[in-house]
Design a protein around this ligand. Structure first.
Ligand SMILES: [Zn+2]
Length: 659
């Protein structure tokens, strides 16, 4: 199963007043009991931002040294209110509150798209003389944000740019809402669930005929797709999952892609991908294509070999000749598991007994203590749900508070359905402001597989990037970095879990947890590269599809998908509509999905410094002080160079593709 790891970035970089009293108190979450509360808070934010804009525009036109800090203060004012709301939209159980937080975000986005066109502020910005490299980068990012919002466009195009931005914000919210509030249930008899562990379904609601009604949450979906012996059961579950979002979201996606193309056109670009990529490390869509081409070349044969192997297993299982065996999409996970078990004698499910979710969270915290010298202390804050917990992040050496982290781990109705980290409150050394982030997942309460532990560590990698950043400007704090770099710190940590020395840390946090047998871990380590051809090709397909959808020619999302997926060895399944739930491309990752693979190049290179010393506090502290502390205030390549002591390269990435 492909779990989409997800980081939700809030808004665009470089928004913008208000000096806050300089305090170094950790962040605490506002508590909203009604939609009216949310609206009242939102009204205050909107008033403050309007006042701030008026003050800025009344500044004398001599170019202000103070302009950058004032713009950042405006950004902080936005984050103070809309930041936590963006997280609550994804997790709050009360629909009225979720709807109110969404409405607030639309009001802010409308303000922002108008503010970023302020010709007065834009003119002031152009006179700023940056004092150092950090100011220079922030100034450039801010001028870029104004430029991309249309500050230099003629008035008629400015108006259209604002309208498009507002419509995009509304449509991407709508898209996400449809997926989040999806109520799809698939009915199965007990016999149809043969092979699926009873813990997965025995407590599920039943229909009038006594059939179990199973939803789309990962802890339910995964075991059915991977383990149901009856191919019809796998197919029904797979089709239901692939239909989420439906034709409503396909229509929304068409509108989004068209609006983005039109938006790019206002700036003289004929593709949104080129418009967007120029602010990212890749710089052009052609560069992304070139990169994706090299990835494809590296895995194309391997994908075919993987599929052939799975067909062999399927043929043997069904007692048919291989030539007469066609493997369907819903068979892939099932036969991958079967082949993995047969070749490596490892069963993912075996790990659940060793990785209880709470202990797993303590384990990743403990890793951060060993590597980076920080502790996570439970903080008794009232939160949105009993499953959500707050932790104060404390520096072990100085005992100073550094940040707040919120964790919300289990699936429930109407909750965001993937795994993601919201970096919703960013630090600023100018005012002693501490960061906060929210880690959201949908884990199995019974325990994690090693793959799910990897997902937790991935999101925790984003969380560390957020809570250990210590930047001058909040606008450049934490995960406010270039999109095709943002996945590097998270992906870097993913392979820590295959190291027995690392896993031994579990006993520090859970005396009752049985240690993972060395032999089982060794087998999982060998098995992890299995079927990599299929997995990497899938990421390549998603990235290429996103790029094509946001390319020069208008596309119907489903027709394009059917054509592109149809050209892969496993083909397209008539009736399926994956793009209807592809939240990344509906929102902030548009023309940016390739960033997962692009960031992986740097993630693999970063890992080389930890080779054979994954718990080294010396390397860890160097990493914390360079890569994590600087967020987006230093260019990614320069940060990686500072950390590694040499320029970054792609050797480790291509070596890993061939493992
Ligand atoms: Zn991620």
């Amino acid at each position: 199963m492909n779990i989409i790891h997800r980081l939700a970035l809030i808004a665009s970089v470089g928004t913008l007043l208000f000096s806050q009293a300089a305090t170094a108190a950790p962040y605490t979450m506002p508590v909203y009991v009604s939609a009216a509360d949310v609206k009242a808070d939102c009204d205050r934010m909107m008033n403050d931002l309007a006042d701030a804009q008026a003050k800025l525009e009344a500044m004398p036109g001599t170019g202000g040294v103070a302009l950058l800090p004032q713009l950042d203060a405006m950004y902080r004012r936005y984050e103070d209110t809309d930041g936590p709301m963006s997280l609550l939209t994804a997790v709050h159980p009360d629909k009225a509150i979720r709807d109110a937080t969404e409405a607030c975000d639309l009001r802010y986005q409308a303000f922002n798209s108008s503010f970023l066109q302020s010709t007065k502020v834009f003119a002031l910005l152009k006179q700023v003389q940056p004092a150092d490299d950090i100011d220079r980068r922030f100034l450039k990012d801010t001028i870029d944000a104004f430029t991309d919002a249309g500050a230099a466009l003629p008035a008629d195009k400015q108006k259209r740019a604002q309208d498009i931005n507002n419509e995009i914000s509304r449509l991407s919210q709508e898209f996400e809402r449809v997926v989040r509030e999806d109520k799809t249930r698939v009915a199965f008899t007990e016999a149809e669930l043969n092979g699926v562990p009873p813990d997965v379904w025995k407590d599920a609601k039943r229909d009038e005929q006594g059939r179990y009604l199973l939803g789309m949450a990962y802890p339910t979906l995964g075991p059915v797709i991977e383990r149901a012996v009856n191919p019809k059961s796998r197919e029904r579950m797979w089709r239901a999952f692939q239909s989420r979002g439906g034709s409503v979201n396909l229509k929304t996606l068409t509108q989004l892609a068209d609006l983005r193309r039109e938006y790019a056109g206002l700036f003289g670009f004929d593709s949104y991908a080129d418009f967007a990529e120029r602010r990212r490390m890749a710089e052009t869509a052609a560069e992304v294509q070139k990169f994706l081409g090299t990835v494809k070349d590296a895995v194309v044969k391997r994908e075919v070999a993987d599929i052939t192997l799975l067909r062999t297993f399927m043929a043997r299982d069904l007692k048919r000749p291989v030539a007469a065996t066609k493997i369907e999409r819903w068979d892939v996970a099932y036969y991958t598991e079967m082949a993995r078990k047969a070749k490596f004698a490892v069963d993912e499910e075996e790990f659940r007994q060793y990785f209880p979710p709470d202990a797993s969270v303590k384990f990743v915290f403990r890793l951060a203590t060993r590597l980076f010298g920080v502790e996570f202390v439970p903080s008794p804050e009232p939160l949105w749900h009993a499953d959500a917990h707050a932790f104060e992040v404390v520096d072990v050496a100085t005992k100073k508070p550094l940040a707040t982290l919120y964790v919300d781990l289990y699936p429930r109705e109407d909750k965001f359905s993937h795994a993601a980290m919201w970096g919703f409150h960013n630090p600023s050394t100018l005012v002693g402001r501490l960061p906060a982030g929210g880690l959201v997942a949908n884990l199995d309460r019974k325990g994690l597989t090693i793959d799910e532990l990897k997902t937790l560590l991935h999101e925790f990698g984003h969380a560390l990037h957020q809570v250990l950043s210590n930047t001058r400007y909040a606008s450049q704090g934490g995960t406010n970095v270039q999109l095709d770099y943002v996945e590097a710190p998270s992906q870097m940590l993913e392979d820590w879990i295959y190291d027995p020395v690392v896993l031994a840390v579990f006993k520090d946090v859970c005396a009752d947890c049985k240690p993972v047998p060395a032999a089982l871990l060794a087998k999982a380590d060998k098995a992890r590269h299995f079927a990599k051809g299929i997995a990497v090709s899938r990421q390549h397909l998603y990235a290429s599809y996103d790029l094509a959808l946001h390319g020069k020619e208008p596309q119907d999302p489903l027709t394009l998908w059917a054509r592109m997926e149809g050209a892969t060895p496993l083909g397209y399944v008539e009736g399926s509509m994956l793009p209807a739930s592809f939240g990344h491309i509906a929102s902030g990752y548009a023309a940016g999905y390739y960033g997962y693979l692009w960031s992986l190049v740097m993630a693999e290179d970063l890992r080389t410094a930890f080779e054979g010393k994954k718990l080294s506090s010396e390397v860890g502290h160097r990493y914390r002080d360079t890569v994590l502390a600087n967020g987006g205030q230093i260019a990614p390549k320069e940060l990686v160079r500072q950390f590694l002591g040499r320029p970054t390269d792609s050797k480790a990435f291509f070596k890993s593709l061939n493992k």
